[in-house]
Design a protein around this ligand. Structure first.
Ligand code: CMP
Length: 170
């Protein structure tokens, strides 16, 4: 059965110029790129997208990585998910410079096949055990792993809706 899944090239992948190579692998692997767009996530959107990881120790680091939030003033701790601190331009205001490329991929068994193609979450492990995976190609470690893939059909529908405001059925 044809499925849709959400693929994302994270800021390290986009800024490292891996986008063309990743799209080439996607097309060679039989996926149709049904939709695509460049997006810039803010801290709040990233927290919503990754809500299931809210209680994890790496959550605030994940938010910083995905938004590439940088303090424009004096270093401030625990300010990354604070809406109040965004865009003020004043001391401690945050500037986001982390573009992501999001794509809806379409194929038979798209969810599982995209997950297989990107490899394990930890890119260091990917380099050892899945040397031909996308994360082995462009990822760095368990956080900076270059790409994202929906982990289930249900997640795919939620994530596609999050970025494209539509369900993946049909
Ligand atoms: P992703 O597959 O997009 O889903 C959740 C993200 O959290 C994951 O990729 C990584 O970017 C990040 N992540 C997962 N596990 C860890 C970890 N142990 N340490 C730091 N970041 C992680």
């Amino acid at each position: 059965e044809r499925e849709k899944t959400l693929a994302m090239v994270k800021p390290d992948g986009v800024l490292g110029n891996y986008t063309d190579e990743i799209k080439r692998v996607i097309l060679e692997s039989g996926f149709n790129i049904f939709k695509e767009k460049i997006s810039q996530l803010d801290e709040e959107q990233t927290a919503t997208f990754y809500a299931e990881h809210y209680s994890k120790s790496f959550f605030s680091s994940l938010i910083k990585y995905m938004t590439r939030s940088e303090s424009s003033g004096e270093a401030m701790e625990d300010s990354v998910v604070s809406v109040d601190e965004k865009g003020g331009g004043g001391k401690g205001g945050l500037v986001s410079i982390g573009p992501v490329l999001v794509m809806v991929l379409e194929k038979e068994n798209a969810v599982a096949d995209w997950r297989a193609l990107i490899g394990p979450t930890d890119a260091r492990k990917a380099k050892n055990t899945h040397p031909h995976s996308i994360r082995a190609m462009c990822g760095l470690d368990s956080e900076k792993n270059c790409v994202h893939g929906s982990d289930s059909l249900q997640s795919a529908q939620r994530e596609i809706s999050f970025f494209f405001n539509e369900m993946s059925s049909g």
